[in-house]
Design a protein around this ligand. Structure first.
Ligand SMILES: NC(=O)c1ccc[n+]([C@@H]2O[C@H](COP(=O)([O-])OP(=O)(O)OC[C@H]3O[C@@H](n4cnc5c(N)ncnc54)[C@H](O)[C@@H]3O)[C@@H](O)[C@H]2O)c1
Length: 346
């Protein structure tokens, strides 16, 4: 049983860990939520949490560098972990051991071994640990999934293309497996969300064209075998100039009743078979209106998490599910390194 809080208070007390670029964005996100009070903010860098809180006109009871002290002093209803991936395990384990549910930034961890420890800690504490896989909360992605489920049927083919010329500078320019480690987790998780299938194995090649400005491999091609016979093709590049795709990728989904496409920007579209017998079947277009006002990105994941805490529902990104997306990333990297097809073990 995961993290059900029966809380009679009108607001939930949040403790934020990490006051870097994304931590500040989370500070804003927590501030905007009507049912959340930020009671503490922690960062390893002395003064960073207090400075970030002041910049957002927030006055949490605790700001400082000591997570253990912050947990004891503020007794939060939940922790939001926006530290670097290398620190996610330690922050999450400390919070869960104190009986506090955790909403953590992606990726869950920087290794599968650490991720497994985190899932085990959630089980042991009986508290929810959810990864904020924010790109799932896109109304158009949700509509695309609905279109697939209602019009296309169980997928046999799913393709995603990600081609951007991203000049970040900084650590990404030096990082190994930069595309797979830093970005592909979003796309691979979206593939699981869209198909409803789980990964079985992968063959992947990472590479870096001569003109790439990255030190590590900025491109990858991966073929995943998924449950139900689905083949999912991932193609991506972070050093591709011109004709950029969106950050959400360009998608093609093919099933027994037709095909559905989404460019990551516009309303997804499908064509479904209405008459067979000729060389080509007759098809008709299908689409679904995109609902307005659905909280997207981290506002969406926070809403999902709060809903889970207050009702006991299982949110998207719950650790037992999210670790499957992380496993796809690490298996793809292993396949590329060994030149072999790699089974995906959770
Ligand atoms: N969902 C998204 O679209 C998205 C976008 C950007 C970043 N992220 C994720 O957010 C996380 C943070 O990224 P960022 O860009 O803010 O990084 P960052 O380097 O700017 O900030 C990280 C902060 O965490 C602090 N920190 C590190 N270890 C700590 C620990 N053990 N305890 C307390 N504080 C600690 C650092 O001092 C730093 O201030 C990463 O996991 C990243 O992948 C997600």
């Amino acid at each position: 049983m995961l993290g059900l809080i029966k809380n009679n208070m009108t607001t939930l007390k949040a403790l934020l860990v990490g006051a870097g670029g994304m931590g500040k964005t989370w500070g804003d996100n927590l501030k905007d939520h009507p049912d959340v009070d930020l009671v503490g903010w922690v960062d390893l860098r002395p003064g960073a949490a207090a400075e970030a809180a002041e910049a957002l006109s927030l006055a949490p009871a605790y700001t400082g560098t000591d997570l253990g002290k912050a947990l004891a002093e503020t007794r939060p209803d939940f922790v939001v972990d926006v530290t670097i991936p290398e620190a996610h395990r330690d922050v999450t384990l400390l919070a869960l051991a104190a009986g506090v549910p955790v909403l953590g930034e992606k990726p869950m961890a920087d290794s599968m071994a650490k991720a497994r420890e985190m899932v085990a800690a959630s089980e042991k504490s009986g508290k929810l640990y959810m990864v904020s896989q924010s790109r799932r909360y896109d109304a158009k992605l949700m509509v695309y999934r609905q279109l697939i489920q209602e019009q296309i049927g169980a997928l046999g083919i799913l393709n995603s293309d990600f081609y951007l010329g991203a000049h970040f500078g900084g650590f990404r320019d030096e990082m190994a497996s930069v595309l797979l480690l830093d970005m592909a987790i979003h796309t691979l998780d979206q593939a699981r969300y869209l198909s409803g299938a789980d990964p079985i194995s992968v063959y992947c090649e990472e590479f870096n064209p001569a003109w790439s400005w990255y030190k590590g491999d900025a491109c990858a091609t991966a073929l995943f075998e998924m449950t139900g016979g689905l083949r999912y093709n991932y193609r991506g590049a972070w050093c591709s100039e011109g004709k950029n795709t969106s950050w959400e990728c360009e998608w093609r989904a093919v099933g027994p009743h037709g095909s559905a496409l989404w460019d990551g920007v516009h309303t997804p579209e499908a064509e479904v078979v209405v008459k067979t017998g000729g060389f080509f079947s007759e098809t008709e277009p299908r689409t679904i209106a995109v609902p307005e006002g659905v909280p997207g990105g981290i506002a969406g994941s926070l809403r999902d998490f709060i809903h889970a805490l207050t009702t006991g529902a299982t949110p998207m990104g719950e650790c037992h599910d999210n670790i499957k997306s992380l496993a796809m990333v690490f298996a793809a990297i292993e396949s590329s390194a060994t030149g072999k097809r790699v089974p995906i073990a959770i």
